[in-house]
Design a protein around this ligand. Structure first.
Ligand SMILES: C[S@@+](CC[C@H](N)C(=O)[O-])C[C@H]1O[C@@H](n2cnc3c(N)ncnc32)[C@H](O)[C@@H]1O
Length: 221
């Protein structure tokens, strides 16, 4: 795991990640390595993670990092762009989209408070690239009341994720209790890990079920 190696051997600005997150990063972000990716990380922290993404993703990558803390401005360089604002402020998020365009990948490592996490997701997810991926980490906080979470609490992003699972499958809900939405039509996959939630989009999703093959060999089941 090249990215994990970069993390373990980091001697520069500190990076704050759990080890098992690297399994998810590699699975969902590897396709952008060496590509001209527009990558957004919410939460600059000490500035180490944006350097890690830059080193891993390569010279064509544009790393944009958002933080509420002015101190983070100092982390900017030729590939890393830092913008200061609140991740739950729609006007701020739109200004970042206006400046950089739709993001291919978003990683939310910001406040981890449910009101911020859900506000960012609600605004950004429909506005990422139609083939984009949206990852939210540290979602153990979705179980913590002091972060606005709690098991069964509708404000929890994990509870929201469970609802989105029904929305992903809305076309199959025969009692029509879930209505197919833009989310249904544009989301191709949802993946959950310990503390990580991932949503992936695709512009064309062929869901037609077909029986393909020699029909004379068909048996009834
Ligand atoms: C966990 S740290 C980020 C760590 C960094 N990504 C890393 O991997 O090393 C969280 C960051 O989110 C920022 N933050 C907290 N609340 C925020 C908000 N409402 N909007 C934007 N950033 C926020 C904090 O200032 C802090 O720098």
């Amino acid at each position: 795991m090249a990215l994990y190696d970069l993390f373990l051997n980091n001697a520069g600005r500190p990076i704050h990640k759990s080890g098992h997150y690297f399994f998810a990063y590699e699975r969902h972000f590897s396709r952008y390595v060496g590509q001209p990716v527009n990558f957004l990380e919410i939460g600059a922290g000490n500035g180490g993670s944006s350097q890690m993404w830059k080193r891993w993703l390569g010279p064509l990558a544009r790393i944009v990092t958002l933080d509420i803390n002015e101190v983070c401005r100092q982390y900017a360089d030729e590939q890393v762009h830092v913008r200061i604002g609140d991740q739950s402020d729609e006007g701020f998020l739109q200004s970042v989209i206006d400046e950089f365009g739709a993001f291919d990948a978003v990683l939310d490592d910001g406040s981890h408070h449910m009101q911020h996490v859900t506000a960012s997701f609600d605004y950004l997810y429909p506005r990422i690239a139609s083939t984009g991926v949206y990852m939210i980490e540290d979602m153990h906080t979705a179980y913590w009341p002091d972060y606005g979470g709690g098991r069964g609490d509708p404000r929890s992003m994990v509870e929201r994720f469970k609802g989105y699972l029904d929305e992903l499958n809305a076309e199959h809900v025969r009692d029509h209790s879930v209505t197919p939405s833009d989310f249904t039509r544009s989301t191709v996959a949802m993946t959950a890990y310990d503390s990580i939630l991932v949503f992936e989009r695709a512009p064309l999703i062929n869901k037609a079920m077909k029986m393909i093959g020699d029909q004379t060999l068909r048996v009834n089941y």
